[in-house]
Design a protein around this ligand. Structure first.
Ligand code: BG6
Length: 485
């Protein structure tokens, strides 16, 4: 199968930091279908040779095991081409069409790695140039809008040119092997299904913690904040996979229909419930990895007095028969105590304890990163002969070790899926809009607080687990975050 892959924003950060290294890995692993061409388009004039040299140089910033040797790069570079384009000029799209038509590949993937405000104009121009035939797919990179209205505008522009099955909306979390494992755990094994419900589960905690600060992205981040950057997409996608009903097939739409139902079943927020159930924080100076680090407002390109949240913890419920009354806690933040993405399923305690001492409930920890694995926490008799008290032990599974040779990175997987036309790991427009619909009351409540002269997010020390109020949120229900259990 021949393919053409076109990167709009071909000299941008995303392209050289994530996409080119991912494509190179696919190439190195022999997974990239033969007969492919990769075309980068951007505003300035340069030759194919100059573009190849630019990419080769950028590979020095990639982790050493993922860098090509000179010989490998020379072979990879044969696939790379460059074209100057002004994204507002119809002639430039006509030129692109001619370039693509001259070969007539079986599949063409147009990857919009530009700023999202350009998506509508690019789509319109692509449509006008006739670059929307059924063999053409468009990949849209996050952030897709900054609220429901802007997301709908982008989706309208895409829909006026492409059919839904031609639109591949990326949430890179869905490409992580650990996240695909969630589906495997639930629907490839019968073991947990009978327990996967309110009768057995006390609460579910999703934590996406980062130890890094905002780095040099202060200006982007300050317009975004943790709710838009991580909760509206990554955290909610994970929640849907944990809470969804079993789909009847593994078809993209069967899966996405079920995920959408979860999003529609989330308890809607009101101004009162935002005040009660959503905690936002902003990091202050502190200590990360043994080093003193500045607070958010001292980071480059962050305005002083910013109200931007770098931490969110919230409590929600999925209002259906399976989950009624089970709290789902979501938590994400920058400059937290460690880099750790995990889902903790806390089971109910035994109904009638007969052993002395603590009766810690069972829990299943689904570890997404840095390790990819599963831990099942049980209580066992120590057999020390001096006491009948039980001790906690865990069954640990390490998927990185078990499948080391076969693991592929998120972008590698998603690029290969886009080329192959597999939509399962991409987000449908109705899912994405529903997620915005659900977070909007939170955005509105914060905005109202700000215009009323409110104090904004609570401070937390860099290197901690966020504001104390986040612990109180969970403690209110009689529970604790997993690191406090
Ligand atoms: C991105 C966010 O979507 O995800 C970043 O914009 C964040 O702010 C990143 O750092 C986290 O991704 P990962 O794969 O490193 O967990």
């Amino acid at each position: 199968m021949s393919f053409d892959l076109v990167f709009f924003g071909g000299t941008g950060d995303l392209t050289w930091r994530k996409l080119m290294p991912a494509l190179f890995q696919a190439f190195r692993h022999g997974k990239l279908p033969a007969g492919g061409r990769i075309l980068a388009v951007a505003r300035d004039e340069r030759s194919d040779e100059a573009y190849r040299a630019f990419i080769q140089e950028r590979f020095s910033e990639v982790e050493p095991s993922k860098r090509p040797t000179d010989e490998e790069f020379a072979r990879f570079a044969e696939l790379l081409h460059y074209r100057r384009m002004d994204l507002s000029r119809p002639e430039d799209y006509a030129g692109l069409k001619q370039w693509l038509d001259a070969r007539g590949a079986d599949t063409t993937v147009l990857y919009l790695a530009t700023s999202p405000h350009l998506f509508p104009v690019i789509c319109e121009q692509l449509g006008a140039a006739g670059l929307n035939a059924p063999h053409i797919r468009v990949v849209l990179e996050k952030p897709l809008g900054h609220d429901l209205k802007s997301a709908q505008e982008i989706n309208r522009a895409v829909r006026s040119v492409f059919r839904e099955e031609q639109a591949f909306r990326i949430d890179h979390y869905l490409g992580k092997p650990s996240v695909q494992n969630l589906m495997a755990l639930r629907f490839g094994n019968a073991l947990f299904e009978p327990l996967w419900r309110r009768e057995s589960i006390a609460n579910i905690q999703i934590t996406l913690a980062e130890s890094l600060g905002v780095g040099t992205r202060g200006d982007f981040y300050d317009r975004t904040g943790a709710l838009r950057d991580m909760v509206q997409n990554h955290a909610l996608q994970l929640l849907t996979m944990i809470a969804m009903e079993p789909p009847s097939t593994s078809d993209a739409d069967a899966i996405r229909d079920e995920k959408l139902k979860v999003l529609k079943s989330l308890r809607p927020f009101t101004a009162e419930s935002v005040a009660r159930d959503v905690i936002r924080g902003q990091y202050r100076a502190g200590n990360a990895g043994g080093q003193a680090v500045p607070g958010y407002q001292q980071e480059v390109k962050v305005p002083e007095g910013s109200h931007c949240e770098t931490f969110v913890a919230l409590r929600t419920e999925v209002q259906n028969w399976r989950w009624a009354g089970v709290p789902f806690y979501l938590r994400t933040g920058k400059r937290l105590a460690s880099r750790e993405a995990q889902i903790v399923v806390n089971f109910r305690e035994v109904p009638h304890p007969i052993f002395p001492g603590s009766h810690r409930a069972n829990k299943l920890v689904i570890k997404l990163q840095p390790e990819d694995g599963l831990e099942l926490h049980l209580l066992a008799a120590k057999g020390s002969g001096t006491s009948d008290a039980l001790a906690p032990v865990s069954l640990d599974l390490d998927f990185d070790k078990a499948f080391a040779a076969e693991r592929v990175g998120a972008y590698e997987r998603l690029l290969l899926d886009a080329i192959a036309g597999r939509l399962n790991l991409f987000v449908r427009s109705d899912e994405q809009e529903q997620a915005w619909r659900w977070v909007e009351p939170i955005l509105h409540a914060w905005e109202a607080e700000r215009s009323g002269g409110g104090e904004g997010p609570r401070g937390y020390a860099a290197g901690s687990w966020g504001p104390a109020a986040a612990s109180a949120l969970v403690a209110r229900d009689g529970y604790a975050w997993s690191e406090e259990q």
